[in-house]
Design a protein around this ligand. Structure first.
Ligand code: ZN
Length: 114
């Protein structure tokens, strides 16, 4: 089971998912919260490290890309990047079961299951 619950509160549940490559830098933390200010809507926050992929790029091109991204964060405040986590077989089920469990538990604990 690669997705495990690490903390549960009446209005929030936290999970950790371990990537199939088993590298700690790929581990993803999932925070699922029921937001009373949003009429009980559920928010999902994903935390994981994201890296610039530069396998086939010359070092100076990679450096220039990093500088441009740093300036974008500095002056605009955000960038778009992609991250991934690899799941196989039972790990896929485990991930979705965690999401389903969070939904069920949050609905029950906040009384939104009626
Ligand atoms: Zn990985």
């Amino acid at each position: 089971m690669s997705t495990v619950k690490i903390k549960e509160y009446p209005d929030a549940i936290w999970f950790k998912t371990i990537c199939d490559c088993t590298h700690n830098d790929c581990t993803q933390t999932i925070a699922i919260e029921q937001d009373k200010d949003l009429n009980g809507a559920i928010t999902i926050q994903l935390y994981n490290n994201i890296y610039l992929r530069a396998y086939y790029e010359k070092w100076y091109k990679n450096l220039w890309r990093r500088i441009k991204l740093a300036f974008r964060i500095l002056f605009i405040g955000w960038i778009e990047m992609e991250g991934d986590i690899i799941l196989r077989g039972e790990d896929i089920k485990s991930y979705f079961t965690a999401l389903e469990t969070a939904y069920t538990n949050l609905q029950r604990s906040t009384g939104n299951d009626k």
